[in-house]
Design a protein around this ligand. Structure first.
Ligand SMILES: NC(=O)c1ccc[n+]([C@@H]2O[C@H](COP(=O)([O-])OP(=O)(O)OC[C@H]3O[C@@H](n4cnc5c(N)ncnc54)[C@H](O)[C@@H]3O)[C@@H](O)[C@H]2O)c1
Length: 264
């Protein structure tokens, strides 16, 4: 009998992880490397990307995903430096400082967030799809959405952008299936990406502020069924699933890795 371990073996595969210098992106890059993939870690902060690449035996490059010309060059450069592009993880995203009531959202806040979370993701999908279709060897595109795509709470800017990511994922899955390119989204729930231990969740009463946005999120975290924040590597494990043979027949899915957030 063959081993199921072969199903997660990514040896010979090349992955590009955007925003891979920190947090969930770092964990996804690490998990893909642990499964055997060669990983290109890109980030707007090239020093952090290099540090992650050094730790996982991958390669690094500077990339601001909002720069469409740079995105095209980065995807092409991944092939030049690592031999192919089999897995793209669109992780780069911003949220801090862009939330709040709609009347306080400036044009600049709206445009800046959407330029990273949606425009940048689109540029990367387009460039990678072109390379994968020409290579005629299938591929995987994994987009990092959020539970906020379905349960708003951060604000119209972020919540809307992550819902767009979910629908972009489905549209691309439909279009690219003919090329054996699976396109899926991971929807992380609260994932602790800051220094130090994650704060308590279960039992901590929401700090009610009267702001429905903040209170909704605080309430959900306090009632999270698993009773804790996710460790970023738990998002990495989901990425390995979606990058590997384990998910050959999975495309167009929105995979919550959320500790039960969406059942609340
Ligand atoms: N942490 C969570 O609880 C959570 C929950 C749901 C979804 N997400 C999503 O997961 C993804 C990663 O979040 P995180 O919490 O790890 O964030 P983070 O802020 O810890 O890390 C984000 C990384 O992206 C990089 N980045 C930012 N703008 C960029 C740009 N224009 N081009 C390239 N890189 C850029 C940053 O330099 C950083 O290294 C985001 O898409 C976020 O929306 C996070």
């Amino acid at each position: 009998m063959e081993s199921a371990a072969q199903w997660i073996d990514l040896s010979g595969k090349v992955a590009h992880v955007t925003g891979g210098g920190k947090g969930i992106g770092e964990a996804i890059a690490t998990a893909l490397a642990m499964a055997g993939a060669k990983v290109m870690v890109s980030d707007i902060n090239v020093a952090s990307a290099q540090s992650v690449a050094d730790a996982i035996g991958g390669e690094a490059m500077a990339l601001d995903v909002t720069d469409r010309t740079a995105v095209d060059a980065a995807m092409a450069d991944t092939v030049i430096r690592l031999g192919s592009l089999d897995i793209l993880v669109n992780n780069a995203g911003v949220y801090l400082g862009f939330g709040g009531p709609v009347r306080e959202i400036t044009d600049a806040m709206w445009r800046t967030l959407w330029s990273v979370n949606v425009d940048g993701l689109f540029y990367c999908c387009r460039a990678a799809a072109d390379i994968m279709i020409k290579a005629d060897n299938g591929g995987r595109i994994i987009n990092i959405s959020s539970t906020q795509a379905r349960t708003p709470g951060v604000g119209v800017t972020y919540d809307g952008s992550k819902a767009a990511v979910e629908q972009i994922t489905k549209a691309l899955a439909l279009e690219l299936a003919q090329y054996k390119i699976n396109v899926n989204a991971i929807a992380p729930g609260p994932t602790w990406v800051n220094e130090g231990p994650a704060p308590e969740t279960t039992g901590a009463p929401p700090n009610r502020t009267g702001d429905p946005l903040a209170d909704t999120v605080a309430d959900r975290i306090a009632r999270l069924p698993v009773g804790r924040w996710a460790d970023p590597i738990e998002q990495g494990k989901a990425a390995v699933f979606l990058a590997s043979e384990l998910s050959d027949f999975v495309t167009g899915c929105y995979l919550p890795v959320d500790g039960g957030w969406l059942v609340l």
